[in-house]
Design a protein around this ligand. Structure first.
Ligand code: C5P
Length: 222
């Protein structure tokens, strides 16, 4: 069977990571959460910004690696520390789109992500995977859902993780983050021309997963 890469893009909380993980497990592929990489750089920025004049010099002090734990899944290692458990905090979420708009940050992460996908077998989710990181990915999906549904899903996720939030605040955060990500100068969030759009509003996780597994099957058969 042909080895493929699968790129899944879309706005905040559209269900990308849940689905990407399932698809990766089903197909015995590796799931790469690129949002977590931007979040790790944001965590570093929030803790160290006073030491640097600009993002270019800051990135010179960053060494980011992903490792895979059988039980916990993807772990983000920043300068030898596992920072994965700090990445979903409200403070990181509020600042990540700003940090992700910086050229030095994107250059560093895009090349790291391209290296990870070099040998195929990767399911990668983010905002610019189908357009910039893996423009030749064999399967490209652009996943959307209503703001209302996305806020409800994130509220449930946050409750499970013990992160305090309200529906109104989440709706605002999601809409603000989408606007920032869609309007930035460098690789804004946009559907790749050849991506298949899936509106997951009202769809079950199983149905969305099935749809992508079918796309992967079709791509492998080509
Ligand atoms: O997917 P997640 O919500 O964790 O992404 C956090 C933020 O990281 C996004 O809102 C976006 O600003 C940035 N991001 C990006 N490009 C990616 C993945 C995430 O700009 N490929």
């Amino acid at each position: 069977m042909t080895a493929i890469n699968i790129a899944i893009d879309g706005p905040a909380a559209a269900g990308k990571s849940t689905i990407a993980k399932r698809v990766a497990t089903e197909l015995n592929m590796i799931y790469v959460d690129t949002g977590a990489m931007y979040r790790a750089i944001t965590y570093f920025y929030l803790n160290n910004k006073q030491h640097f004049d600009d993002f270019e010099s800051m990135m010179g002090h960053v060494d980011l690696n992903l490792v895979y734990d059988e039980v916990k899944g993807q772990r983000v290692i920043l300068n030898d520390d596992d920072v994965t458990d700090y990445l979903r905090s409200n403070e990181v979420t509020e600042n990540v789109s700003y940090v992700a708009s910086k050229d030095a940050v994107r250059k560093y992460l895009v090349s790291a992500q391209q290296l990870l996908a070099e040998n195929k077998g990767i399911v990668m989710d983010g905002r610019d995977i189908g357009t910039t990181v893996l423009p030749n990915a064999e399967v490209k999906v652009y996943m959307i859902a209503s703001v209302e549904e996305r806020a409800h899903r994130r509220l449930k996720d946050n409750a499970e993780r013990g992160i305090p939030s309200t529906l109104e605040q989440l709706k605002k955060d999601i809409a603000d983050r989408d606007a920032y990500d869609m309007n930035r100068d460098i690789s804004p969030l946009v559907k790749a021309q050849d991506a298949v759009e899936i509106n997951t509003t009202g769809m079950t996780i199983e149905a969305v997963t099935e749809r992508i597994l079918q796309l992967a099957k079709d791509a492998k058969a080509k």
